[in-house]
Design a protein around this ligand. Structure first.
Ligand SMILES: [Zn+2]
Length: 223
């Protein structure tokens, strides 16, 4: 990643405004635990926004639909103060074993929540709890998301995750050979993207200078 001449590294700062959603998704709804979510929304968000203002740090916020609907003004303030908001689920749902039709419906619903309340369509996505299903990539493409920051296969470089893991998901990485879920991906798929049946021009492709699978589309600050 090119840096300004006098800078040596870039740091991306991102926030998840999960509030109550992260707890409710885990079945936790007692008053004490929900107070933690309330603290995030009522105290943490304005405090962070003031800090980012003070140091002029642009950031990317992952906000579930539940937080958007519950604290619309706080979410609007995030945008108004120059930050990006990406999709982060409806209720901070875990996608790991979610049936495809439900995952697709939730994606449509959260995008509509962004449009209805914030007036913006999210360009990016961060999977709640960092959990993806084997359908998530196709659904992100289908809904025109440009990037997601849900994987950690690189630190500074955007990349395309290999899709062929899907067919061998039960094989442990150490298995190796033709059934190993890691060895079965096409060579070079990290950089050139996809098996040849998938266009390199999918919305999934990085559109410089965005980051696909890093921590957001724009490095927030440099030092
Ligand atoms: Zn989260």
């Amino acid at each position: 990643m090119p840096l300004p001449q006098d800078k040596q590294f870039a740091l991306a700062v991102t926030v998840d405004f999960d509030a109550h959603a992260a707890w409710l998704a885990k079945g936790r709804n007692d008053p004490a635990i929900l107070a933690r979510g309330e603290f995030g929304a009522e105290v943490g968000v304005p405090r962070l926004l003031d800090i980012f203002d003070r140091y002029r740090i642009p950031t990317t916020w992952g906000i579930p639909g539940h937080s958007i609907m519950t604290w619309p003004d706080a979410c609007k303030d995030v945008l108004a103060r120059g930050h990006e908001v990406c999709a982060h689920g409806v209720y901070h749902e875990n996608l790991t074993d979610m049936p495809e039709p439900i995952e697709r419906k939730l994606m449509a619903h959260q995008i509509q929540q962004h449009l209805d309340v914030l007036g913006t369509r999210p360009r990016g996505y961060r999977a709640p709890s960092g959990s993806l299903s084997y359908n998530t990539f196709e659904i992100l493409e289908e809904f025109g998301l440009d990037w997601h920051s849900s994987l950690s296969g690189r630190d500074f470089e955007p990349y395309h995750p290999g899709r062929s893991w899907r067919s061998t998901r039960t094989a442990p990485p150490s298995t190796g050979g033709s059934t190993g879920c890691w060895s079965s991906r096409p060579r070079g798929s990290w950089r050139t993207g996809w098996p040849s049946s998938t266009s390199a021009a999918t919305p999934w492709a990085c559109r410089p200078p965005t980051w696909c699978c890093g921590a957001g589309p724009t490095p927030s600050t440099t030092a």
